[in-house]
Design a protein around this ligand. Structure first.
Ligand SMILES: [Cu+2]
Length: 278
């Protein structure tokens, strides 16, 4: 667990996806920074966060790769009473991010709310190893918060990939050439992330970005150890390109992985970057 950062007002963002999970149990809550609505909701303070717990359960005796696994997430107060109402934020009542321990795998999905504090989704894990599940919620009447859990997917061990900061923040994904620029990269200060998107072939600006979960795009940031989860909000939700600008605050120096998600022609693409915050 880590301490966290305070008072960031962020708008959040998030995404979509498809299925999820495995078997788990063993809570380790991390929790950090917030998220919020497109208006500017605040991140929950520690007292509020402590009053809400999430219980993650995966179907089956043990979770293995490439097999449907149903994940149930129950949201309760600290006395164990279910919390029943959740605000819709970025078009969803719960956003779930799943990452492998080395952050090479990223998935963003939306469990369905079944009532009585219970969310459910079916997904698959690509390999064995440790995965972190992070659920973002805003119980009605409270601020945005996230709850997380590490789980183990059984099977042959797979090699971990190194997380290395990139010298050039430029990637081509699905024919889009995305360049990330960050003004004064430093800890503890609100800064801007600008994603400039061009057609990879023609080098012309992309101006047909479509809204994704009610905004121009969604950005998720995790520290290299997956302990600090930052949400980020667009400064201009309605733009369609070629620049998509977001604000966030890195709580401390270190290596972070950033995933930007954007949509064109009805299809979401995800672009990852690794940065070192001095
Ligand atoms: Cu989401």
């Amino acid at each position: 667990m880590k301490k966290v950062t305070i008072s960031i007002v962020l708008t959040v963002v998030l995404l979509t996806g498809c299925g999820i999970l495995g078997s788990a149990n063993n809570a380790k809550h991390v929790d950090m920074v917030g998220m919020d609505h497109s208006g500017m909701a605040e991140e929950a303070g520690s007292t509020e966060r402590e009053n809400v717990k999430a219980i993650f359960k995966l179907s089956g005796d043990k979770t293995v790769p490439n097999q449907d696994t149903t994940m149930k997430i129950s949201i309760q107060d600290k006395e164990g009473k279910t919390i029943n109402e959740f605000d819709t934020v970025h078009e969803q009542q719960m956003h779930v991010i799943i990452v492998s321990k080395d952050l090479s795998y990223f998935n963003h999905i939306h469990p369905e709310y079944k009532g009585k504090g219970q969310f459910m989704v079916t997904t698959q894990f690509p390999t064995s190893g440790e995965f972190k599940i992070i659920a973002d919620i805003t119980p009605t009447g409270m601020n945005a918060m996230n709850k997380s859990q590490w789980i183990t997917v059984h099977g042959e061990p797979v090699a971990q990939q190194l997380i290395e900061p990139e010298a050039t923040l430029s990637q081509v994904v699905d024919g889009n050439h995305i360049t990330l620029s960050i003004d004064h990269l430093m800890a503890n200060m609100e800064l801007k992330l600008n994603f400039n998107i061009k057609h990879a072939q023609s080098n012309k600006p992309v101006t047909d970005l479509q809204p994704y979960l009610g905004a121009v795009g969604h950005v998720v940031i995790l520290s290299a150890d997956a302990e600090n989860y930052l949400h980020v909000h667009p400064t201009d939700e309605q733009t369609s390109g070629a620049d998509a600008e977001f604000m966030t605050t890195f709580p401390q120096s270190g290596v972070y992985k950033i995933w930007g998600q954007f949509q064109r022609n009805g299809k979401v693409f995800t672009v990852p970057f690794v940065v070192k915050v001095p």
